[in-house]
Design a protein. Structure first.
Length: 373
């Protein structure tokens, strides 16, 4: 505020200088009507010209200064002004001062002190500062979420582009040559149908996975905790997944590390089962071993229980240890081994359960789920 007022005073003094001709001080007009001026002799301080009787000649200083004028009635209250003095030398050597002034606008702090009592401001100012910082952080978080959402949409588009292109290509082939292929009993007809069904299934799986991820992140999935026998839980996982072949046709052995029969945890069985299913599938998809071995086990540290899945593969790369939980990161740029959403879901499920997920390398890849007490 003060900078804009100072600029106005500078302009007003320049305007008055320009109107002084032939040592004449009459007929001075200012375009800014709210600015007062006083022209006085530098030595005697006698007023030579003025457009106000309220403001006397003030001390000659350099630059714009603040001055408090006492009220005419002698009260304690005063009026703050900003003023500027410039000297001007006549042809006969006489020196005059051109003084321009304007009521000083109150700073925000002065306005607050005039409205609120000091005792209230001691509470109000920290509160306003806290609210300002809170809103600043909130908008920073919103900006990050917006950027994340844009990246998410771009990744979804990328993931769906390939199956859509495959389906479109084979559907077009059948539209143009389907009858001829059937008449010739050409195997390409069945191949095209198989590819359409396969990629349709992939799209359905991707969309379903994204919906599940959205439900988890928006906390729409209800957590139903119950007492679970860890041994029975691992036996169930082993039975359901041990018969599944690896991507390269390798043999799969799922074993359970020694643990007490009465080992009980309290959590949501279905959500935890989904975590282990994704983790085991992740080991199967990325395994290059002809004899894949997956171990399910537990660790106890204080009041926390850790469940782990360990395989005998090559383990996580350095980049994977940093980015494995990122959406659509699969460690395989061709994405032939998956869409890269699985471990993102694992992390979201763990958050819903109040648990943590950790990735390690220990004779192969290790995924640990650290459950709260």
């Amino acid at each position: 505020m003060r900078d804009s007022q100072s600029k106005r005073l500078e302009d007003a003094s320049t305007e008055i200088f320009a109107q002084i001709k032939n040592d004449s001080l009459s007929d001075i007009q200012l375009s800014q009507k709210d600015i007062d001026y006083v022209i006085y002799a530098r030595t005697s301080r006698r007023v030579l010209s003025s457009n106000t009787a309220k403001i006397p000649p003030l001390p000659f200083v350099r630059g714009v200064q603040r001055y408090s004028l006492k009220n005419e009635n002698g009260g304690k209250e005063s009026t703050d002004i900003l003023y500027l003095c410039r000297s001007y030398v006549f042809s006969d050597g006489k020196v005059i001062c051109i003084q321009v002034s304007i009521p000083a606008e109150k700073e925000i702090s002065q306005v607050l002190f005039s409205i609120f009592p000091r005792s209230l401001l001691k509470v109000l100012i920290p509160l306003l500062l806290f609210l300002f910082l809170s809103f600043s952080l909130y908008f920073i978080v919103l900006e990050k979420k917006y950027d994340s959402q844009k990246e998410f949409i771009a990744n979804v588009s990328h993931e769906l582009k390939t199956p859509v292109a495959v389906i479109s290509g084979h559907a077009d082939l059948l539209r143009r040559h389907g009858k001829k292929l059937l008449e010739k009993d050409d195997g390409r007809f069945d191949e095209s149908l198989a590819m359409i069904l396969k990629e349709s299934g992939n799209m359905t799986k991707i969309v379903g996975t994204l919906l599940e991820l959205t439900r988890l992140e928006n906390r729409l999935t209800k957590v139903q905790k119950e007492d679970i026998s860890v041994r029975d839980f691992f036996e169930e996982i082993k039975e359901e997944l041990s018969a599944r072949p690896a991507e390269n046709g390798a043999d799969i052995l799922i074993e359970i590390a020694p643990l007490p029969d009465d080992y009980i945890i309290k959590t949501d069985r279905n959500l935890l089962k989904q975590v282990f299913s994704i983790a085991v599938e992740n080991s199967i998809k990325h395994s290059n071993s002809q004899n894949l071995k997956i171990t399910l086990g537990t660790e106890k540290s204080g009041r926390k229980t850790t469940l782990f899945i360990r395989d005998n593969g090559e383990g996580f790369s350095k980049e994977a240890l940093k980015r494995a939980f990122d959406r659509f990161y699969s460690g395989d740029k061709s994405h032939k081994k998956g869409s890269g959403i699985g471990l993102s879901i694992v992390k979201s499920i763990a958050r819903a359960l109040g648990a943590k997920v950790r990735l390690e390398n220990d004779g192969g890849a290790v995924i640990k789920v650290i459950l709260p007490s």
